[in-house]
Design a protein around this ligand. Structure first.
Ligand code: CMP
Length: 140
């Protein structure tokens, strides 16, 4: 089915200047970027976005890292966009990520793992609404 998912290029990958290379992977996989913004998240914005992880031991480090520098946030649209984006990203831990995936190619640690992608269609809707109003989405 035609789906939308939220993608974030994290501070480590923005700092490595590989936004374009990552966008190219999305486009070659048939995912369209229908909204995008660069943003330096405040601690509060990062906490709100990752609220689902609040009780996890890595929460503070995650929030600290995600607000440490600018991120590139985009909505991807395409057939099975949620799963397709997760395939492109590879496993959460880059050391376990399959060769040729974004995390295998551009990340080294589980904390600084280059990209975030929604893990379900339900969370995708919540995450898209966290950063974008409906008028900012440009499907075509
Ligand atoms: P992300 O998909 O953005 O969702 C939560 C992030 O927490 C995850 O990517 C990782 O970067 C980070 N993280 C750190 N430690 C862990 C862990 N043990 N399990 C899952 N995520 C972790």
């Amino acid at each position: 089915a035609l789906e939308r998912t939220l993608s974030i290029i994290k501070p480590d990958a923005v700092a490595r200047n590989v936004i374009g290379e990552i966008y190219s992977r999305f486009e070659k996989a048939g995912l369209k970027i229908i909204a995008a913004k660069m943003k330096h998240l405040s601690r509060k914005e990062a906490e709100g976005f990752y609220a689902i992880h609040r009780e996890r031991p890595f929460f503070n480090a995650l929030v600290e890292f995600m607000s440490s520098g600018p991120v590139m946030i985009q909505v991807l649209e395409g057939e099975n966009a949620v799963a397709r984006n997760r395939e492109l990203m590879g496993a959460t831990n880059p050391k376990e990520a399959a060769p040729g995936t974004i995390r295998a190619d551009f990340a080294e640690t589980i904390d600084a793992n280059a990209v975030h992608g929604s893990d379900s269609l339900e969370n995708a809707a919540i995450e898209i609404a966290y950063f974008f109003s409906t008028t900012e989405l440009c499907p075509r």
